[in-house]
Design a protein around this ligand. Sequence first.
Ligand SMILES: *[C@@H]1O[C@H](CO)[C@@H](O)[C@H](O)[C@H]1NC(C)=O
Ligand SMILES: *[C@@H]1O[C@H](CO)[C@@H](O)[C@H](O)[C@H]1NC(C)=O
Ligand SMILES: *[C@@H]1O[C@H](CO)[C@@H](O)[C@H](O)[C@H]1NC(C)=O
Length: 241
Amino acid sequence: MIPSIFSAVLLSAGLSAAQTLPTDLIGTWSSKSNSTLTGPGFYDPVNEKFTEPKHTGISYSFSEDGHYEEAYYRAIANPTNPKCPRGIIQWQHGSFVKNDNGSLSLTPIAVDGRQLYSDPCLYENAVYTRYNTTELFKQYEVITDPYHNIPRLNLYKFDGEPLMPLYLAFSPPQMLPTTTLNPLTTSTPGGAKATGKIKRSELPMNHNVINKRTPQELRQNQVWWFGVFLTASGGVLYFFF
Ligand SMILES: *[C@@H]1O[C@H](CO)[C@@H](O)[C@H](O)[C@H]1NC(C)=O
Ligand SMILES: *[C@@H]1O[C@H](CO)[C@@H](O)[C@H](O)[C@H]1NC(C)=O
Ligand SMILES: *[C@@H]1O[C@H](CO)[C@@H](O)[C@H](O)[C@H]1NC(C)=O
């Protein structure tokens, strides 16, 4: 039997028959402030450096060949001490598929993700770590926003809770190279630390609440707090695990 063009495409992208690459997702999407955007303006993998956007927000890009990139710039409320907001910047990229039940699975290139965490009242310096978490969106929809009259992406988290609406910022998407940017062999702790690129002025400070993304988030938090603990000894910590 001659395989159809459709199944040939699926096979070449490494997809199972129950997975597809939806075309309506293609582009760079950003939350309302439109200042957190994926691409080289957010994360510089060569210098291991984040550029703090003007406003908090999130951004997702999806390419037609099944790659995604995400940029998060969030603040975490600190109810016990409102003067001490904690901020977090996260970046990941990898591949995505649409499953046959309509959900989206995002699988990062685990060695490439980065997180910068700031808690200025507790620690003098931000904590820069590797970061990786898979994501499952239960469903999504692309509509024309009735108020702004531009394409809008509604993503629903694994538990059905909607993410903030995302608006189309670029099409085609604005993304860093979709291949592995930081092979483990070059991620030696001493090497990155020596460059000392992360400055205090680049740290986020705002008052929104971080999203819980997957059931694995709990495990991520353990890794994250381990990193924070280590910074108590002072200095910018480049913690590769
Ligand atoms: C939908 O499919 C994905 C991938 O197979 C799976 O992880 C997820 O649990 C499914 N969701 C529901 C609600 O069945
Ligand atoms: C990515 O995260 C998972 C789950 O926390 C962990 O088991 C894995 O070791 C991580 N991979 C890398 C390369 O950091
Ligand atoms: C978002 O910002 C980008 C880059 O500055 C711009 O090209 C785009 O038109 C903006 N989109 C909206 C909806 O404001």
